[in-house]
Design a protein around this ligand. Structure first.
Ligand code: NAD
Length: 246
């Protein structure tokens, strides 16, 4: 598949986990890819090297998703390096699992700034570059729609917010031929949420398939939505959750 030949994509938080899988998949489908990271410069460099070894083009940019200036600069650097931008994947996100009453304002700010404000800032910067056929794709969560677990109140609030942001923005930018979609993973095996972790059993229990998903399950959905066959999909929240919300 080379659906994305001559396209440029920026994936925030692409040094590991779901973001790294998305970066590799978009590159395999032909896109030039920029990834941002906040920690783990080595991991980010490895993702770039893997993409280059497979014949693709990639760069890694240090940019804190919670810092609107850094995010905007990362969009500009991507567009100037590769001569434009076609696809933004807002993937960077954090979770601080804690009972809401014990959550500090600083923790709330960090989650809101990374998962919501960063998405808004990156999207606004990307819209200055996107042309007809452009794609804004945000990685939300199945808990942005329905939640059966405690300790996720602030995180779920940000993921619900990106769902409504997606719906609202899709109507604003549709006349320009740009689509805006939200991919909502369920439990996916990553460093952040390991399938063998203490917290895995209750997550497995709420899925219909009774297992964690793989990062490539999410990357495949992103690749489809980024591609030309998804041109009639916009304002959608597409759930990849093993039936957690079924
Ligand atoms: P992860 O922690 O394994 O990877 C997150 C990536 O984002 C890393 O590359 C990290 O460096 C980067 N990152 C974190 N904070 C950042 C910041 N401030 N600035 C720039 N980069 C930053 O997480 P993951 O499990 O791969 O999650 C990726 C996305 O998927 C997140 O938005 C998360 O909310 C969402 N999600 C994950 C799951 C899951 O079960 N893994 C489920 C639903 C949604």
């Amino acid at each position: 598949m080379a659906n994305l030949n001559n396209k440029t994509a920026l994936v925030t938080g692409g040094s590991r986990g779901i973001g790294a899988a998305i970066a590799r998949r978009l590159a395999a489908d032909g896109a030039r890819v920029a990834i941002t990271y906040i920690r783990g410069a080595d991991a980010a460099a490895r993702v770039v090297k893997e993409i280059e070894s497979a014949g693709g083009e990639a760069i890694a940019i240090h940019a804190d998703a919670a810092d609107a200036k850094a995010v905007t600069a990362a969009v500009e650097q991507t567009a100037s390096t590769f001569g434009g931008l076609d696809i933004l994947v807002n993937n960077a996100g954090i979770l601080i699992p804690k009972p809401f009453e014990e959550t500090t304002l600083e923790e709330m700010d960090l989650v809101i700034h990374t998962n919501l404000r960063g998405v808004l800032a990156a999207t606004q910067a990307a819209l200055r570059h996107l042309k007809a056929g452009g794609r804004i794709i945000t990685i939300g969560s199945c808990v942005g729609e329905r939640n059966m677990m405690p300790v996720l109140a602030t995180y779920a609030a940000t993921k619900g917010a990106v769902k409504m942001f997606t719906q609202s923005l899709s109507r604003e930018v549709a006349p320009r031929g740009i689509t805006v979609n939200n991919i909502q993973p369920g439990p996916i095996d990553t460093d952040n949420n390991p399938a063998a972790g203490d917290w895995a059993p209750p997550q497995i229990a709420i899925t219909a398939l009774k297992r964690f998903g793989h990062v490539n399950d999410v990357a495949a959905m992103v690749a489809f939505v980024a591609g030309p066959e998804a041109s009639y999909i916009t304002g959608a929240s597409l759930t990849v959750d093993g039936g957690a919300n079924a």
